[in-house]
Design a protein around this ligand. Structure first.
Ligand code: SF4
Length: 337
């Protein structure tokens, strides 16, 4: 763990999660300074294409002076991002072309629908498949949310709504509780799923107010976290997971297989063990979506399969996430084994 950056910089005056969200690190030079990195490792062109965003909590989990830290590599813009790679595109899943009946709504899979509840994240992951997504065209206020609720109410084949983004937990509890209250009035909606990286990068987001509305609603609620490396699991995240479990929120994790970050079976096995200790079920291990600017993170399919079989040999089956690839136009994720 980084000894330069205190884990709680203002411990005597604890800040709210909203204040922490306003105080993200957005300049590569600041990141380099905090972690004692050489400035020649920075690539301003890549940062212009996709801005740097990272919480101080997440930086506090990185090792100072280590340019290959697995958490740093997920957020530091690099020269490799500026290379155009054939076969990679700005919208690898073709979501906005095929599956968007309304702004901010992605209706792709049977029985469930994804609602973009926010257009920002607390962290910009360099490999994100939505790094070129036109969020400004999908801004959702109450009016658009009501249109989405109306769409959901008229489709009885739906039983689950997924709040995604951006990161839905960057929204206020007031807004989210209001949205959940609208959804729970729809009789055929039974489950609410929240996809978020906030508990990992800003664990204090899991506070009393959030837990209050989560535990008071009728819908069965689950949260799908996004953790790629065991180093991301902090004591604060452990505490947040315990509180979510106590509030009856089921926890799952999806990871992206990333070259140079988690493409080793010992790391993946350690991750699964740590997830389970924290009440989180390993769920998916995704092959990278082929988004332009992220080709250097790609792990070959054959190596991905080998890693999966090595994991199977090391762990009980319930700790082995499904290795999948999202293929545009397919009705579900495609298993790679
Ligand atoms: S949507 Fe998820 S993967 Fe993409 S930048 Fe936000 S937190 Fe990272």
């Amino acid at each position: 763990m980084n000894t330069i950056l205190p884990h709680h910089p203002l411990e005597s005056h604890p800040r709210t999660w909203q204040q922490d969200l306003q105080d993200l690190i957005k300049h590569p030079a600041e990141l380099a300074e905090l972690l004692a990195l050489k400035t020649e490792q920075l690539c301003p062109e890549a940062a212009e294409q996709f801005e740097v965003r990272v919480t101080r909590h997440f930086v506090g989990l990185m090792e100072a002076g280590n340019p290959n830290d697995p958490l740093l590599l997920q957020v530091l813009p690099g020269l490799a991002e500026t290379v155009e790679t054939p076969g990679y595109s700005s919208e690898p899943l073709e979501e906005t072309k095929q599956f968007t009946p309304l702004p901010g709504v992605i209706h792709k899979y049977q029985g469930r629908l994804l609602l973009m509840a926010s257009n920002q994240c607390a962290i910009n992951c360099r490999y994100c498949f939505r790094r070129h997504f036109p969020y400004q065209e999908h801004h959702l206020g109450r009016k658009q949310w009501l249109d989405a609720v109306d769409y959901i109410a008229h489709d009885e084949s739906l039983s689950e709504v997924i709040l995604s983004g951006g990161d839905p937990l960057t929204q206020s509890d007031k807004q989210l509780a209001w949205l959940a209250s609208q959804l729970e009035q729809i009789p055929h909606i039974k489950r609410l799923r929240i996809h978020s990286r906030l508990p990992v990068v800003l664990p204090k987001r899991i506070d009393d107010k959030l837990l209050e509305w989560l535990s008071s609603e009728r819908l069965q609620t689950s949260m799908v976290l996004h953790i790629n490396h065991p180093q991301e699991i902090s004591p604060e995240l452990s505490q947040a997971c315990k509180r979510l479990k106590d509030a009856d929120v089921r926890l799952f994790n999806q990871s992206v297989l990333l070259k140079g970050i988690n493409d080793r079976s010992d790391i993946l096995a350690q991750l699964s063990e740590a997830l389970f200790e924290n009440h989180i079920q390993p769920y998916y291990l995704h092959q990278l979506d082929k988004v332009q600017g992220a080709a250097h993170f790609q792990v070959e399919d054959e190596k991905a399969r080998q890693l999966y079989y090595q994991l199977r040999a090391k762990l009980p089956g319930y700790l082995v996430p499904l290795l999948t690839q999202e293929i545009p136009g397919k009705a579900a994720k495609t298993p790679l084994v």
